[in-house]
Design a binder for this molecule. Structure first.
Ligand SMILES: C[S@@+](CC[C@H](N)C(=O)[O-])C[C@H]1O[C@@H](n2cnc3c(N)ncnc32)[C@H](O)[C@@H]1O
Length: 259
């Protein structure tokens, strides 16, 4: 893959990914179905945080989880023992054609220089009638009200770093085109909208905390000069739920495509 801009398997990053999976799974797994006996792949499972959510949500499926990173897989196997873990490259999957009824994948393509290669492989390993379910980012949708210069600077630095590392922080916008290029003809895009307002302060706090932690995870990638801005941006986000009339909005994209 291109460079990964968050952290690796340090405890803070692992805890962030586990928490992110618990926070995001109600939204991103809502439109995914799988019945007992189905073969399901969690592609680019990382530390297995989303694989654990899949395991709990779809009892009885035959769940496999793949990642390129040996250390993340060891962590996943030790902490989430349900799935069968496989080390491999998403652009050269070590499975025969038609091996899975479902392929789930969260936040992989945004980090890749050649995402179509992976989508071609996803298509190859899907069984006839099966589908993939991919969650991706579109950072152009992120808004806070009131706005904050530190938040804007941090988001812009995140996007620049991700692009420099070969990824695409706006990839959600071209997900449909990428699916088509990979040979999929039946494609469905589902907006995954998150809106924090004073109407649901519990959610607003959790949502602001997620993004504050994403910002804080960038400290190494963005270097010491950005550290004070990152910290201020995280603080601004955490203050939002307690600010009368404040709002925060983000829209990710879920793409489903059928074999
Ligand atoms: C942002 S993390 C997402 C992890 C997980 N899906 C989640 O939601 O927590 C991206 C993951 O993609 C993995 N990865 C990157 N390139 C890969 C490739 N070519 N094949 C398999 N995994 C890859 C990384 O090791 C990392 O674990």
């Amino acid at each position: 893959m291109a460079g990964y801009i968050h952290g690796e398997t340090d405890p803070r990053e692992v805890a962030r990914l586990e928490k992110q999976a618990r926070f995001a799974s109600p939204f991103i797994l809502r439109e995914l179905d799988a019945t007992p006996g189905m073969r399901v792949l969690d592609l680019a499972t990382g530390v297995g945080a989303m694989a654990q959510q899949l395991f709990e949500r779809f009892p009885g499926v035959r769940l496999f989880a793949l990642d390129l990173d040996r250390r993340k897989l060891s962590h996943a196997a030790a902490h989430h023992p349900g799935p069968g873990y496989v080390r491999g490259d998403a652009s050269r999957l070590p499975f025969k054609g038609g091996a899975f009824e479902r392929v789930h994948c969260s936040w992989l393509l945004e980090h890749l220089a050649r995402p179509v290669e992976v989508l071609r492989e996803v298509r190859r390993v899907l069984a006839a009638g099966g589908y993939c379910h991919l969650t991706e980012v579109d950072n152009s949708t992120f808004r806070t009200s009131p706005e904050s210069p530190e938040v804007a600077q941090t988001l812009s630095a995140l996007n620049t770093a991700q692009i420099a590392a070969g990824g695409d922080p706006f990839i959600g916008q071209r997900l449909e085109a990428l699916f088509r290029e990979a040979g999929f003809s039946r494609v469905r895009l589902i907006p995954a909208e998150l809106r924090g307002t004073g109407d649901d302060l519990r959610f607003f706090h959790a949502f602001a905390e997620e993004f504050a932690e994403i910002f804080e995870s960038l400290d190494e990638a963005l270097g010491p000069k950005m550290a004070p801005t990152l910290r201020a941006a995280a603080r601004r986000l955490r203050e939002l739920p307690g600010t009368p009339g404040a709002e925060m909005y983000y829209r990710g994209v879920i793409g489903q495509a059928w074999r």
